[in-house]
Design a protein around this ligand. Structure first.
Ligand SMILES: *Cc1c(COP(=O)(O)O)cnc(C)c1O
Length: 428
């Protein structure tokens, strides 16, 4: 495939945007080559500036679960735009989407809308700290909760309990309040809790991890976190920015029947517009301003275009109860097909999958946390990525990302993808 115009556009972008992109993973640093500039998208396909058609397995990193330019969402946005794009005053629409979200998700009474997943997680942590009157939080290595300071933390050198900044600009002072644990490792969490008695406000977790490839929780992991949190007065925050309204109507709380204290949303809840949200039972949510002492705000929060898109999206998901099974079936079909052709080509690999999330790792060992996610052979991944792209199949430009299956993908698209994987595997 030819990417002449994309290359030209990227060169122009680099002059006025750092690295030519507004979010780093788009720059293709992990795989090399030039980012593809999109002109439009419809259903399962992206159309780029050079006129290539790509089957899309990223779907804006999750939101487009019904496929691109889904008609009810597009119509809702167009109709609302004609009536004004922002007011900074309440609208009925905000109550409608809030009521629907509260009805769909277990164990939440109230929800506050923000503009991104980052904001949702940042605000959830502030709320947890205000509510518990404690400062420290536990996060898991490899889980992503957006780019606010408290989350840009890596394992500290030596000292088991403290994290250290993993980006310049994050202060040591901030880092010392974030404790780092290994995903799927309850003993590790226990040790941190014992070493920081009565100091931990919250444990935040991707209840199904999706930002180090797809990593489902081991049996008992989420239940164990729930028990530890309850026993120690710690709030359990499920970051469902990726999994919410994707893995089940009520998200991972419903799927695994484990209750969180605060739940964060993003991606699907906005139908492709900039939306995040966090939610909890009344007692916790009433701690937020203007009812309570914890400050949180947003000029564009609850924006009418964003709420219209989100409401159309949630209504569709709520009305189509078979959708989550249908998505899981398509993902399982893709899994079996890829598994078969990679084996036939003697490729060493592991596939992780749950619901409509799937990732291919080029290593034979189980992938259960950040360390094992790093076992994958990146050179093979690069060949895989560029090979598939050349066949017209777009997966995430990094081995640490999940593929997102959408309802717009047909079984013909899946067959085409499996054949493309077969072709590419022959070149390894
Ligand atoms: C994408 C993501 C975020 C951040 O959301 P943004 O809208 O990019 O700020 C947070 N948590 C998880 C689990 C995510 O996948």
């Amino acid at each position: 495939m030819i990417y002449k115009r994309s290359s030209q556009l990227f060169a122009e972008a680099e002059k006025v945007i750092p690295g030519g992109v507004n979010s780093p993973v788009r720059a293709f640093k992990a795989v090399g080559g030039t980012p593809i500039f999109v002109k439009s998208a419809k259903g399962a396909y992206l159309y780029d500036e050079d006129g290539n058609r790509l089957i899309d397995y990223i779907n804006s990193w999750g939101p487009m679960i019904l496929g691109h330019a889904f008609e009810p969402v597009v119509q809702a946005v167009i109709e609302k735009a004609k009536l004004g794009t922002s007011f900074g005053m309440p609208t009925e629409l905000e109550t409608q989407i809030a009521a629907l979200a509260v009805a769909m998700v277990p164990n939440i009474d109230k929800i506050r809308f923000v503009n991104s997943g980052t904001e949702a997680c940042m605000s959830a942590v502030r709320l947890a700290r205000g509510f518990t009157k404690r400062d420290k939080i536990v996060k898991f290595a490899g889980c992503y909760h957006g780019h606010s300071d408290s989350f840009l933390i890596q394992a500290g050198s030596g000292a088991i309990t403290f994290g250290s900044p993993n980006s310049p600009g994050v202060t040591e002072g901030t880092a010392k309040d974030t404790l780092l644990a290994n995903y799927n490792d309850l003993e590790n969490v226990k040790t941190l809790i014992e070493a920081n008695e009565n100091e931990i406000a919250a444990i935040i977790v991707e209840p199904v991890a999706g930002n180090m490839g797809c990593i489902p929780p081991n049996k008992g992991f989420l239940e164990g976190l729930r028990t530890l949190c309850t026993a120690n007065g710690i709030l359990l925050i499920f970051d469902e920015v990726m999994t919410g309204f994707r893995l089940a109507r009520g998200g991972v709380q419903e799927l695994f029947n484990v209750d969180a204290d605060i739940v964060c949303f993003g991606k699907v809840i906005g139908g492709g517009l900039p939306v995040g949200a966090f939610a909890a039972r009344e007692e916790i949510m009433n701690y937020l301003a203007p009812l309570g002492p914890v400050y949180q705000a947003g000029t564009l929060s609850g924006n009418p275009l964003a709420m219209a898109a989100g409401l159309a999206m949630l209504q569709t998901l709520d009305n189509d109860r078979a959708i989550f099974q249908r998505l899981a079936d398509k993902t399982a079909y893709l899994h079996e097909g890829i598994d078969k052709v990679l084996k036939a080509n003697n490729v060493v690999f592991t596939i992780n999958r749950i619901g409509s999330m799937i990732s291919v790792h080029f290593d034979a060992r189980p992938v259960v946390d950040l360390k094992t996610a790093g076992n994958g052979d990146n050179e093979t991944f690069k060949k895989f990525f560029h090979g598939l792209l050349n066949e017209g199949v777009y997966i995430a430009p990094s081995a640490y990302e999940t593929w997102f299956i959408t309802d717009a993908l047909s079984y013909e698209d899946l067959d085409f993808t499996i054949q493309a994987v077969d072709k590419v595997a022959k070149t390894f």
